[in-house]
Write a protein of this length. Structure first.
Length: 238
C-alpha cells in the first residue's frame, strides 16, 4: 500500500495487488477511518474451474431503453438479449451459477445492474452491448469489438473475451480492442471484476448482419462464454 498526500485534506491511497489477488475490493469510511476490504481469490476446481462460481451477465438496455440502432432500425436491446441468454446457458453447462440482470424486455437502472451483481456475490459483472456511431459521423471503417473496463483487476478477463471475439468472428474486423480506464457506470463497480463488451457496430453493415443472424449471435455467445472460461482456467495455473 502506498499513501501519498496530494494537497491539503487530500491523500492518495494506492493498493497494489498481484494478479492472483485482483478479484474485487470495497472502500468505505468507518467514522474518520478509511476501510479497504480486498476480496479473497476463490478456490477453484482444476478440472472444472467454473464449478460453483457466480457470474452476472447484463444484457444492455431493455424496456424503455432501446440503445443504439443500425440501418435496419433493430434496437440494440433486442440483439444483445439472446446473446446473453445463450452465453448464460453455456456457462451453466460448465458449472457456473449465472445471474441475468434481465431475461426479458425490462427497464433497469444503470446502478441497479451493478447492485444486482454485488447482491449475488458474483465474481464477475459482464455487460453486453452493441456499439453505434452518433448521427453525422461517417461509419465507414469503424467496426469490430471493443471491451471497456475501469480497474486493472478486469484487464485479464477483458483480454480473454476480446481474444475470443476476434478469433471466432474475424469478419467483424479487429476493432479498437481494449479500453482501460473507462469511466462508465457498469465498469466502475469494484466489488467484483466488472467490464462492458461492445460486441460489434450497429452502424457497420457487415457487423450488423452478423449481430442480426442466429448463427452470428451463437458465435458471439460462444466467444463471451469461452473467454470467461479461459480466464478462470488461467487462474488455476497461477
Amino acid at each position: 500500500m502506498e499513501i501519498r498526500p496530494l494537497a491539503l485534506g487530500v491523500t492518495r491511497v494506492a493498493l497494489n495487488l498481484n494478479a492472483a489477488q485482483a478479484w474485487g475490493f470495497t472502500a468505505n469510511y468507518d467514522g474518520p477511518d478509511l476501510v479497504v476490504t480486498v476480496r479473497r481469490p476463490p478456490t477453484l476446481d482444476p478440472a472444472r474451474p467454473l464449478e460453483g462460481r457466480t457470474i452476472t451477465l447484463d444484457p444492455g438496455h431493455g424496456g424503455s431503453q432501446n440503445g443504439g440502432a443500425g440501418s435496419l432500425r433493430v434496437p440494440e436491446k433486442g440483439l444483445v438479449l439472446p446473446i446473453a441468454l445463450r452465453a448464460a446457458e453455456l456457462l451453466r453447462g460448465l458449472g457456473a451459477t449465472v445471474t441475468l440482470t434481465r431475461s426479458a424486455d425490462l427497464t433497469l437502472g444503470l446502478y441497479e445492474r451493478g447492485l444486482m451483481a454485488e447482491a449475488s456475490a458474483s465474481d464477475l459483472l459482464v455487460s453486453i452491448h452493441a456499439n453505434a456511431l452518433p448521427d453525422g459521423r461517417d461509419p465507414r471503417g469503424v467496426r469490430g469489438p471493443e471491451v471497456y473496463f475501469t480497474h486493472p483487476q478486469a484487464a485479464a478477463l477483458a483480454g480473454s473475451i476480446l481474444g475470443q471475439l476476434r478469433a471466432r468472428l474475424p469478419e467483424l474486423g479487429p476493432g479498437a480492442g481494449l479500453k482501460p480506464g473507462t469511466d462508465l457506470a457498469l465498469t466502475r463497480p469494484t466489488t467484483q471484476i466488472s467490464l462492458l463488451v461492445e460486441t460489434a457496430y450497429l452502424t457497420d453493415a457487415g457487423n450488423l448482419r452478423t449481430l442480426s443472424s442466429p448463427e452470428g449471435r451463437e458465435r458471439f455467445a460462444g466467444a463471451i462464454a469461452t473467454g470467461i472460461a479461459e480466464f478462470y482456467a488461467a487462474q488455476v495455473e497461477r
